[in-house]
Write a new protein. Sequence first.
Length: 510
Amino acid sequence: MPNDTPILEMKKINIYFPGVQALSNVDFRLFKGEVHAIMGQNGAGKSTLIKVLTGVHKQDSGNIFLEEKAIKPGSPLDAQKLGISTVYQEVNLCPNLTVAENIFIGRQPMKFGKINWKKMNKRSEDLLAKLNVKIDVTQLLSSYSVAIQQMVAIVRVLDISAKVLILDEPTSSLDENEVELLFNVIRKLRDQGLAIIFITHFLDQTYKISDRITVLKNGNLIGEYKTTELPKIELIAKMLGKELSEFSYSRRDIDKVKESEQAVKKTNTVLNIKNLGKKGSVHPFDLKTNEGEILGLAGLLGSGRTEIARLIFGIDKPDQGEIQIKNKKVNINTPKKAIATGIGFCPEDRKSEGIIADLSIRENIILALQGKLGLFNNIPLKKQLEIVDNLIKALNIITPSANQEVKKLSGGNQQKVMLAKWLATDPNILILDEPTRGIDVGAKLEVMELVLNLSKKGMSVLFISSEIEEVIRCSNRIAVLKDKSKIAELTGNEIDEQKIMHTIAGGKKE
């Protein structure tokens, strides 16, 4: 572990945005030779703290010290010159250039007025070799995996400045093997004495790589802890600011409610899909959901989960099969027709497909309803505000007002806005594709509880998630997918993680 003098210290940091105090007297310490995780729900202040440190935002009060000297970075370039660099989730490099060109872009070694390619390539190889990465640096960056691109981004910033390295959600797009490769690099850099700030939503990864954890909530410092001395359950409680028992809703609880109060509804079929398929997308499948039921889709990446959702919602057109809504055959070949038949769809990529970031919360929520009613059936502003205000309260969307731009909300609140947009249309069927991706553990639990409540009120939900635990927690039945095919359907006591994994490992198309 590091010595007693921090290389970086932030004291009493305050920053205000219109209508909200983003950080309130936050302290943060970072030592040489450690990986320090910053944890908290979306909106806790993690990104704001990092943006203050890297000169994107200027704090209203408080001080920053690097190697015991006061600093005031005015931009990311200022921070980089001081020795503070960031590698973001989306790698900010040029895929059409070689690895070596990306490492030395803007500062290429020169000889006789020309780029010294031999020297640049050799230096690139040497820098990567220090991290045990051996690749052909003359190849285009785009020819390598996201994990290797992350390494290149790290090498680039370390060669420019090597005091503090900030890794912001570096594993979001990586598989398990790539994560381990990145972690080996992080450990090597830590052992060389580098100070590393690690930001992630993944609890297991936090405990696997970090030495200490700072927890933030609603812009306030909750505490700083040694990772080995903070059990996961306590971390979750600190991030939420409440006991985990308050989120004790489970699928079995909902089943009991349905058995006693909605026994008749469970027999009412809402969605009935027969032999629906599209060549090159997903093999023909049958699927059925009942009123007040959550049907989970479980499978690995590429198993066909999203493809099924896109076929049902009319984004993609099937080659064969049929869809019935409440025992009536429907022709859904566009999203507009899907909405008209009572289907809502929250897509996996909320930023590019689910919300319009520059519009307000009100405008985003009203969009789908306006589409359902038609362009010329204008919704009066008073009615819009009534609908939106009710949904903001019902979904606990944290915002100063309904006119706040969606891009200014945290990821979890953006997810709720997307969900509210479809609830405004009063759908019979709601398709949720990765509804908890990219949001923190607290927001995940809130979204899952909302889904369970919708089911309790009689809505039919198709729930898609890469997290098998989430699918198990929410679903009454689970359809298991593999290699673009539905291979099994699990109910009752069959629904457990081991059964699902064994089914995926050995299953064949049913």
